[in-house]
Design a protein around this ligand. Structure first.
Ligand SMILES: [Zn+2]
Length: 80
């Protein structure tokens, strides 16, 4: 009496398709993207340069802001 040995085929290495949800960051350039109008008030979306004063926005570089005028760089505080 021979035992039935089920041959288990080697599982092919399935390459998991790790599809990361594409983060679509809206990168709008222009002065209009700096402000956001909420009802009756204007909200500034970008920080202003501490050196140059209000009116000089700092560019968003992901983890930091930089002033295009004086080159002042301010790192964002990692809040997680
Ligand atoms: Zn500046």
């Amino acid at each position: 009496m021979s035992e039935k040995v089920e041959e288990v085929p080697e599982e092919e290495k399935k390459i998991e398709k790790a599809e990361k949800p594409a983060k679509k960051k809206k990168k709008e350039k222009g002065i209009f993207s700096l402000y956001k109008v909420e009802k009756d008030k204007i909200v500034r979306l970008r920080p202003t340069c501490e050196r140059c004063g209000p009116g000089y926005f700092m560019a968003d570089h992901g983890d930091r802001y930089t002033c295009g005028r004086c080159g002042f760089t301010r790192y964002k505080l990692a809040e997680k």
